[in-house]
Design a protein around this ligand. Structure first.
Ligand code: KIV
Ligand code: ZN
Length: 388
């Protein structure tokens, strides 16, 4: 029996921290509703104390969403926690996400305190949050670079104070998958009281390892993945939701499932891209414009014969209508014949040879040969075609 992984979406909080991605309340509600339909388990709706607008958005989302848990972020600061609790009041399933830095770098240079000071503030923050809501998640900021023994002590204090989810952020995207996996394993095996809580991954992508680290995390005991649509987030972004979800699906042998309706992955990717005004890079896994496009002759020939020769995912499974055969100077005859057929021309072998020579001349001049170019090529009188 596969283990269910909780999908914690932070598009509206960590994702919205991206410069230029700011959303208004109506846009945030639209995305939250789409996330609910997608099937996420937790929506981190914002950081209520950060601005009146964010407070209002969290409140409105808390009122509009029925199924997922609605989470509000706070620092380990009394006012933050009180404001988060207030914003979450309309939620059917509220969660306060509070925490503090635990690496030497954060303790000494950012928080200007001592390890003992961190333990005290962690306990007090969780205790206060717990006085408002049952569901309290504690984040150990910069856990990726923190000493594991100290990290374990902080988590023990958080569990004692009532935390039920323990977030282990690789805040700076520093860890290698082996290191992050080993950290989760260490915590799973050494934190007293860990059976009362679940471990959560929150990985940043500074070295392009966020997705790999999240998978290493669940392979070593974590049961929740924090992620964003299109992998947006601070700096190089967060773990991409669509990537981890499809990894769980493609590698069923790992023994994990999520509750995500994968057919909605592309529509929600486009919605987030449009609302936030951030273009999805064409080569982005799962949701990029080229994720199911084939342009080299060798690949095209294979895909036309059998899609699975070069595709591990059926595009329909992630909400893409069909694979694309793109015509470029690297395309072969098979692709040209295929695309000609799509617009109504069944070329004989001689006709194909003739058109292919002309096609290459145009293709060398243009980045992509589109249907209009193809029609021009096929137009000249005398090109024999068989009727479809
Ligand atoms: O990256 C991080 O450490 C965070 C925390 C606030 C959860 O986003
Ligand atoms: Zn983060």
């Amino acid at each position: 029996m596969a283990t269910r992984i909780q999908i914690f979406d932070t598009t509206l909080r960590d994702g919205e921290q991206v410069p230029g991605c700011k959303l208004n309340t109506a846009q945030k509600i639209e995305i939250a509703l789409a996330l609910e339909t997608l099937g996420v388990d937790v929506i981190e709706a914002g950081f209520p104390v950060s601005s009146p607008g964010d407070f209002e958005s969290v409140r409105a989302i808390a009122a509009a969403i029925k199924n997922p848990i609605i989470c509000g972020l706070s620092r380990a600061v009394e006012q933050d926690i009180r404001v988060a609790a207030e914003a979450l009041k309309p939620a059917l399933r509220p969660r306060i996400h509070t925490g503090i830095g635990v690496s030497e770098m954060h303790i000494r240079y950012k928080l200007c305190t001592t390890p003992e000071g961190i333990l005290e503030r962690a306990a007090a923050a969780v205790k206060l949050a717990k006085s408002f809501v049952e569901d309290v998640e504690f984040y150990a900021e910069d856990a990726g670079r923190a000493d594991n023994e100290f990290l374990a002590r902080v988590l023990e204090v958080a569990i004692k104070a009532g935390a039920t989810v323990l977030n282990i952020p690789d805040t700076t995207g520093y860890c290698l998958p082996e290191q992050y996996g080993a950290k989760i394993k260490y915590l799973y095996e050494n934190v007293k009281g860990i059976e009362k809580a679940i471990l959560s991954t929150h990985c940043h992508n500074d070295l392009g390892l966020a997705t790999a680290n999240s998978i290493a995390g669940i392979s070593n005991g974590a049961r929740q993945i924090e992620c964003t649509i299109n992998g947006i987030g601070e700096r190089a972004g967060n773990t991409a939701l669509e990537e981890v979800v499809m990894i769980l699906r493609q590698h069923a042998d790992l023994g994990f499932v999520s509750g995500i309706n994968t057919r909605l992955l592309n529509p929600i990717s486009q919605l987030v891209s449009e609302k936030m005004g951030v273009v999805v890079q064409p080569n982005k896994a799962i949701v990029g414009g080229n994720a199911f496009a084939h342009s080299s002759g060798i690949h095209q020939d294979g895909v036309i014969k059998k899609r699975e020769t070069y595709e591990i995912i059926d595009p329909l499974e992630v909400g893409v209508d069909h694979s694309q055969i793109v015509l470029t100077a690297r395309s072969g005859r098979a692709a040209l014949a295929y695309r000609a057929k799509n617009i109504g021309f069944n070329l004989t072998k001689d006709a194909l040879d003739e058109v292919y020579a002309a096609f290459l001349i145009i293709a060398d001049r243009k980045k992509e040969v589109v249907d209009a170019d193809l029609l021009e090529l096929l137009k000249p009188v005398g090109i024999p075609v068989t009727a479809l």
